[in-house]
Design a protein around this ligand. Structure first.
Ligand code: SAH
Length: 525
């Protein structure tokens, strides 16, 4: 997240100080923030963001929010604590609402209290909103319960990072070793670089090398990884598995609890799989949500951009005269969006469409209709493509003398129009939107390809396959290790003509079908 991703034009109100909300962002998964945290973000003028806070949380903030990235290197240094403090005070004293987004909980090894005291001393009102801390969430998602009846009666949160201040408290390893010896659990934050020292210190203070231990990295996120071991083997096992920060080290008998019931997170069918979604950004959300619900990490790599037509007049005219038509044909979610956007721009709503029959090409177009306009389509074909739509519509309804408005993309197929015209209808076609190839594949995709992390590439139409191949250009072979999932026969045919080999194809050509196919192919692998 670069500094100042979204530029602010907030007016300053120096007479009434704003406030700083110290918000716990949760351990990683963007859904693990509290409702109070989301509410604070919705009102934010400025967000000061930690490295470990999920950047997706910024979507809750207003579009013109000022983002200060306190975690990343700005120029040649990261923002110091003093710089963060004074930036927060300055914005708040100018009347702005500042959200200080901190990973996990603000007061667990997060310097929340130091920041609160600093701000309070300068007359800035401070509100703290707790968050789900990593030591609770990460083990929970790796099947390690941090308390367990008869196994652990205490849990101790420990920092593995020693303060260099001479008078600061030190970690009493003898006391910790005793606690674990009596069946307690240690959860160690920031301990990965000193892992071997920490385990050695506990063993030196009398803890058995056989004591159960675990490490959970990137807890709650699709990329979560964990290792179970014993105290004396843990450093080697962690190195072998390639785990690093951020991670929670769990030490104590609970680390060897093993039960299928506790693996709801990391035993999901697509856990550990990285899946590329190539649809447009506006269309990708449902596919993304379904893949993520099954545990996959999703990389959005839109290959198509949808833009409004250069001249909005024909579309507006058609909508104005919609009562002259008997049918409106919508062959994609984009057409639904174009129709809804045009109505909105003309200050009309779905009542304007009363009396016109509406045909939607498939279930997702129908769902978009309900979503955007609260309208249920009058006709949906049995198979989701324009040819079948033309044939079935003319079979089921008498189209003689009917006037049909076809809201299409600039690259729509002619077959639908031909079928309707043959059946006696008059079809008016309007360019409702333009589709064009994306400018480039995103950097995040190339990075993932470079590290061999991509398991699946999904194609939801022929044009996603065509555009992907074109955008990848002579670097296409970097995706050679990835498997390909196609939404249906015509997409598969296009991909194969382009020299790609399709590993799985949806049985029913929709998003659910595609996700099911990927799940099945993954579990069979
Ligand atoms: N305030 C935070 C902790 C900040 S200290 C909280 O309440 O969680 C940073 C340390 O938190 C990391 O070094 C790591 O030990 C732990 N941590 C943060 N996010 C984590 C995650 N997703 N998985 C595992 N450990 C995490």
């Amino acid at each position: 997240m670069p500094n100042q991703t979204k530029k602010s034009s907030q007016p300053a109100h120096p007479d009434t100080p704003g406030a700083v909300y110290l918000v716990g962002a949760g351990p990683g998964d963007a859904k693990l923030i509290t409702l109070a945290g989301v509410e604070a973000l919705r009102r934010a003028d400025v967000v000061v963001c930690d490295a470990l806070a999920n950047a997706a949380l910024l979507d809750h903030a207003p579009a013109n929010v000022t983002v200060i990235d306190a975690g990343k290197r700005a120029g040649d240094h990261t923002l110091s604590q003093d710089e963060i403090n004074s930036a927060m005070a300055e914005h708040a004293l100018a009347g702005r609402t500042v959200v200080r987004l901190k990973g996990g909980d603000p007061f667990i090894f997060g310097r929340g209290s130091e920041e609160a005291i600093y701000l309070h001393e300068r007359g800035v009102p401070v509100v703290a909103i707790p968050g789900v801390t990593a030591a609770i969430a990460a083990p929970a998602c790796a099947g390690v319960p941090i308390t367990f009846r008869n196994l652990a009666a205490t849990v101790t949160f420990v920092t593995g990072h020693h303060s260099k201040q001479p008078d600061s408290p030190t970690v009493d390893y003898a006391a910790l070793a005793r606690l674990v010896d009596r069946g307690g659990t240690l959860c160690i934050y920031m301990g990965m670089t000193r892992l071997a020292d920490i385990t050695a210190a506990l063993i030196d203070h009398g803890l058995s090398g056989d004591t159960a231990a675990a490490v959970v990295q990137w807890g709650t996120l699709p990329r979560q990884r964990s290792v179970r071991s014993t105290l004396d083997q843990l450093p080697d096992d962690v190195t072998r598995a390639g785990l690093g920060a951020p991670a929670i080290i769990v030490i104590g008998p609970v680390a060897e609890v093993e039960h299928a019931a506790l693996h709801w997170f990391d035993h999901r069918p697509l856990f550990g799989q990285t899946v590329v979604v190539t649809r447009t950004r506006t269309q990708s959300s449902r596919l993304r949500a379904e893949l993520e619900a099954l545990g996959a990490e999703v990389i959005e790599s839109p290959t198509i951009e949808i833009t409004p037509p250069d001249d909005p007049t024909p579309m507006r005219e058609a909508v104005r005269q919609i009562a002259d038509f008997d049918w409106v044909l919508l062959t994609s979610e984009n057409a639904v969006n174009a129709l809804a956007d045009t109505l909105e721009a003309m200050e009309l709503d779905s009542r304007h469409l009363a009396g016109v029959s509406i045909a939607a090409v498939g279930l997702s177009t129908d769902a978009a209709l309900r979503d955007r306009l609260s309208i249920t389509a009058d006709f949906v074909p049995s198979q989701f493509n324009a040819q079948v739509m033309g044939r079935e519509l003319t079979e089921k309804c008498d189209m003689t003398g009917k006037r049909v408005l076809y809201l299409k993309a600039d690259i729509a197929r002619k077959t639908l129009v031909e079928a309707l015209t043959e059946a006696g209808a008059t079809v008016e076609t309007i360019d409702a939107y333009h589709t064009r190839i994306a400018a480039a594949l995103p950097e995040a995709l190339w990075e993932a390809a470079e590290s061999g992390r991509i398991d699946w590439i999904t194609f939801t139409s022929s044009s996603t396959a065509r555009n992907f191949v074109q955008l990848a250009g002579d670097r296409l072979e970097r995706f050679a290790h990835a498997r390909i999932a196609s939404i249906g026969p015509s997409t598969t045919a296009t991909a194969e003509r382009l020299g790609l080999s399709v590993d799985t194809q949806a049985e029913i050509s929709d998003i659910d079908g595609l996700v099911t196919a990927i799940g099945r192919a993954t579990s069979n692998a």
